[in-house]
Design a protein around this ligand. Structure first.
Ligand code: G3P
Length: 216
């Protein structure tokens, strides 16, 4: 399973990248706004900086919701760097645009996916990635990871090449469940990635080894 970081924060991207386990980055308008990135030039420059920091796929989301607007924006985003993947919402014009991008050699990440039916449509249109939002499904009272299992099963039976990019990760256990259920990618906040490191027995064991090392 590939690890992406789900942020537009450069310090966090650098920290995850320095761990040596980072395969890519996902952003969205909320994450860009959180970093105070405003205006077309600053947005483009921010994506360029992320592409220079991380050697992997970088998702950049369109803001348009109509076919022509999505295509125009997506072409501009894709021109920033070969690693840019155009992130397109799961709406009717989004599906049409994903098919257009597929036919024109531009890779896409279909975002805001909350059902297996939506994932099938994205795969049929040729999306490189489909992003089920598991944390938000949990928030609505359902089990988000069940959707990962269902999509994984369908894609495997049908031979769809679209990669399952588990998004809206809220904790380390989500990452473990996604790995177990066949997600191809997990895009995670930094603290969920770092949370995988933690185990009290590791801390206790290390303290004992360091104590005993003084007697060596
Ligand atoms: O990038 C999309 C997704 O990961 C958002 O997560 O925490 O806002 O539901 P969250």
């Amino acid at each position: 399973m590939k690890f992406f970081i789900d942020t537009a924060n450069l310090a966090q991207i650098k920290e995850a990248n320095e761990l040596g386990i980072l395969d890519g980055v996902t952003t969205n308008p909320s994450l860009m706004a959180k970093e105070g990135i405003k205006g077309e030039e600053n947005i483009v420059n921010h994506y360029k900086t992320i592409c220079e920091l991380v050697d992997g796929d970088i998702s950049a989301e369109v803001l348009s919701t109509d076919f022509a607007g999505i295509v125009e924006e997506g072409k501009k985003l894709a021109a920033i760097h070969p690693n840019i993947v155009v992130k397109v919402p799961m709406i009717k014009d989004g599906v049409k645009a994903i098919k257009w991008f597929t036919d024109n050699g531009i890779r896409t990440n279909c975002t805001l996916v909350f059902s297996a039916g939506q994932a099938i449509l994205a795969a049929k249109a040729g999306a490189a990635y489909v992003s089920p939002f598991i944390g938000r499904i949990d928030d609505s009272g359902w089990e988000g990871t069940e959707l990962i299992a269902q999509i994984s099963n369908i894609f495997s039976i049908q031979g769809f090449k679209t990669e399952i990019l588990a998004a809206s990760i809220r904790n380390p256990n989500h990452i473990i469940k996604c790995a177990e259920l066949g997600a191809d990618v997990c895009t995670c906040p930094l603290d969920s990635i770092l949370g995988l490191l933690k185990h009290p027995l590791t801390d206790i064991g290390l303290a004992k080894f360091l104590e005993d090392a003084k007697k060596m």
